[in-house]
Write a protein that binds this ligand. Structure first.
Ligand SMILES: [Zn+2]
Length: 382
């Protein structure tokens, strides 16, 4: 058995948990944040730099890798780990989120989704079976089921239909597996409707997977609705399995959700923001384009010990950005990823020594989100 999840402890003052995931390519301590490596690379950051930041697992995108470079190339180059020079765990999504965000370029049938490539318009079909086959070829340590992810503005009827189809497709994904040395996670859908979430959670956990994800959140519903949904839906998932909140997010979303029992997160935000000169600090995000930083010799954050903050000033980074130097994106990506990874490390330690609630309140206050936390947590259960 190369895959296992062990719950190491619960926080006394919240629903936060400390866990450990064993995979074929090593151990993942949870709660954890997973940097996104869409095309087999976390943009602008080398695997050695990711390791130095303490990244335990990265994410690869089935849709993108299937289209480019394509499975023939990935196979010829020894699978995703070898091709990308990353020997730690990799989680792959199923492509569902991407094909559904193509909207007018995709047609949904019960068999699967026909879509035209965003690269050259060529026609392709992704089914539950092919999504699993592609992820097995990639050599994923944690695979995701192929799910239907409706947009935040979808009608109640559409959200229900998507949730029901996700359940049928989840069964087909399970049957399509040919490997038993990696993990397959189910995905709970249902938008921000508590009843639908309950029906979906029951159906997906009845089928039985190695872990469970909440999908269809952080798709434009707003922070208040997202936090309420996480608070309601996380406890619907089995306590003995890892829980993954897909596509989230910001430091405050991670702080909130860890306190409600979420173990895993991924998001493109830290690296995308970094390339756009937006960097995290506990005093709020900074925009390094700002002229106020021209002569500023302080690091991005004086409490961050990443390579960027240890060696470079805001003024120098602003200069790199203005001069369009390649190093800019690398240094800001290192900081934003390092910031979240270090924060998750602090949360793990705090869960272990019983100071999590205090730390979470302190950090959420610094990010200006304490009021929202208290508002959501004071509400009657849904
Ligand atoms: Zn830093």
């Amino acid at each position: 058995m190369s895959y296992a999840f062990t719950l190491l402890g619960d926080d006394a003052g919240s629903a936060a948990r400390r866990g450990r995931l064993q995979t074929l390519h090593g151990v993942i301590e949870t709660p954890t944040f997973m940097p996104v490596g869409t095309l087999g690379t976390v943009k602008g950051v080398t695997p050695a730099q990711l390791k130095a930041l303490g990244a335990q697992v990265i994410l690869g995108n089935t849709y993108h890798l299937y289209l480019r470079p394509g499975m023939e190339v990935v196979e010829a180059l020894g699978g995703l780990h070898r091709m990308a020079g990353w020997d730690r765990p990799i989680l792959t999504d199923s492509g569902g989120f991407q094909v559904f965000s193509l909207r007018d370029r995709s047609t949904i049938r019960e068999s699967g989704v026909t879509f035209s490539s965003h690269l050259d318009g060529s026609r392709h079909v992704l089914t539950p079976e092919s999504a699993i086959a592609i992820q097995e070829t990639l050599g994923s340590d944690i695979m995701m089921v192929f799910d239907e992810c409706p947009p935040a503005d979808a009608s109640a009827q559409r959200v229900r239909a998507a949730m029901e189809r996700t359940t049928r497709w989840a069964k087909r994904c399970l049957e399509a597996r040919t490997r038993d040395d990696n993990a397959l996670f189910g995905i709970v859908q249902g938008g921000v409707d508590p009843q639908l979430r309950e029906v979906s959670a029951r159906a997906i956990t009845e089928i039985g997977f190695d872990g469970y994800a909440l999908g269809g959140l952080s798709v434009g519903e707003g922070r208040y609705d997202m936090w309420r949904s996480v608070r309601h839906a996380a406890p619907l998932l089995p306590t003995g399995s890892p829980r993954y909140l897909m596509g989230v997010g910001t430091p405050e979303d991670l702080l909130f959700s860890v306190g409600h029992g979420i173990d895993m997160f991924d998001c493109v935000l830290p690296t995308r923001n970094a390339r756009n000169a937006r960097v995290f600090t506990f005093a709020g995000d900074l925009n390094l384009r700002n002229a106020a930083f021209r002569l500023d010799d302080r690091p991005i954050s004086d409490t961050c010990d990443c390579y960027t903050c240890t060696n470079f000033s805001r003024g120098y980074l602003r200069h790199l950005h203005k001069a369009k130097e390649l190093l800019f994106s690398t240094l800001t990506s290192i900081h934003n990823l390092g910031f979240l990874i270090a924060m998750m490390g602090r949360l793990r330690s705090a869960i272990e020594d019983g100071t999590f609630v205090e730390l979470r309140r302190d950090l959420l206050a610094k990010r200006g989100c304490l009021e929202l936390l208290d508002q959501v947590e004071a509400e009657a259960p849904r």
